[in-house]
Design a protein around this ligand. Structure first.
Ligand code: R5P
Length: 273
């Protein structure tokens, strides 16, 4: 791996654990003003100091994140369909590599829709993006998207989607946790991070998901709704960090959550326009 590519990969994964806690706030690109992400700056600002990387689109990066941030940015560069369509797989590359470089991002990310009507297009777009990423030393994260078919998230399907993404050249893959997740890890030669999916019944359920994912070989999380739709987002992010980086058990992470909840809330710092 070339030095620039290797350096950008290492910036996202902390040496202490080899893992990452990415904060995902890219949902608006197809869901619009998602619950508790309506004002992206207000959601992101208090969480950013506790994230190892921030995953979002260029529109929200430019409007909602202070350019003084040192947090590595993972830029979503695919889009083109919204929740108003039945088939979400009709995506293209919507942000150029040139703009990604101009924004000084650390990596680019796109959805791949294996088994969906536009499977072919998304895989070819991934190949093209990897070619450009290699040219510029920018890692590409493939996101194994299932659109509205959440029931697709089983080990057999995800193992196939992750392996195909890695074969095409993705440098890391974001996928879902599932029963038999170790099989997904076993078949994927690049680091895997897991999304949280829709908000679970409790903060504890999300902590359990993260603990199981790490135990079974994930290199971290790229989580959104289970953090910022929690009533205690900063506490939740810190509790997740204890799992991902400090080998905390779910019980210990719940203690972190309880301690952090007891802290008085600090107002988010106003950032320049
Ligand atoms: C889809 O909107 C994105 O790829 C999200 O970044 C991904 O699903 C992670 O967010 P969440 O944990 O909310 O599923």
């Amino acid at each position: 791996m070339d030095w620039g590519m290797a350096n950008r990969m290492h910036r996202m994964f902390l040496p202490v654990s080899g893992n990452t806690v990415m904060l995902a706030v890219d949902h608006g690109y197809f869901m619009g003003p998602t619950h508790r992400l309506e004002d992206a700056r207000a959601t992101i600002t208090p969480l950013l100091p506790h994230a190892d990387a921030l995953a979002l689109t260029r529109g929200i990066l430019r409007r909602a994140v202070d350019p003084t941030t040192a947090t590595p940015i993972v830029l979503r560069v695919s889009g083109g369909a919204t929740v108003l369509q039945e088939d979400l797989s009709h995506e293209a590359i919507t942000t150029s590599m040139h703009d990604a470089v101009r924004l000084n991002v650390n990596a680019v990310a796109m959805s791949v829709f294996v088994g969906a009507p536009h499977e072919h297009d998304s895989l070819v777009h991934l190949a093209d993006l990897v070619n450009e990423g290699e040219d510029h030393g920018l890692p590409v994260m493939a996101i194994t998207a299932v659109g509205k078919e959440l029931e697709k998230r089983d080990a057999r399907y995800l193992a196939l989607a992750c392996r195909v993404s890695a074969e095409i050249g993705a440098h890391l893959v974001k996928t879902y946790y599932c029963e038999g997740f170790s099989k997904v890890v076993e078949g994927c030669p690049v680091p895997l991070v897991v999304a949280g999916g829709p908000k679970l019944d409790s903060d504890e359920a999300a902590l359990r998901l993260a603990r199981s994912a790490i135990d079974e070989g994930a290199h971290g999380i790229d989580m959104g709704r289970n953090i910022w739709q929690s009533d205690h987002p900063v506490a939740m992010l810190k509790a997740l960090r204890s799992i991902v980086h400090e080998k905390a058990t779910v019980r210990e992470a719940l203690d972190v959550l309880a301690q952090e909840k007891a802290q008085p809330a600090r107002p988010a710092r106003a950032a320049p326009a």
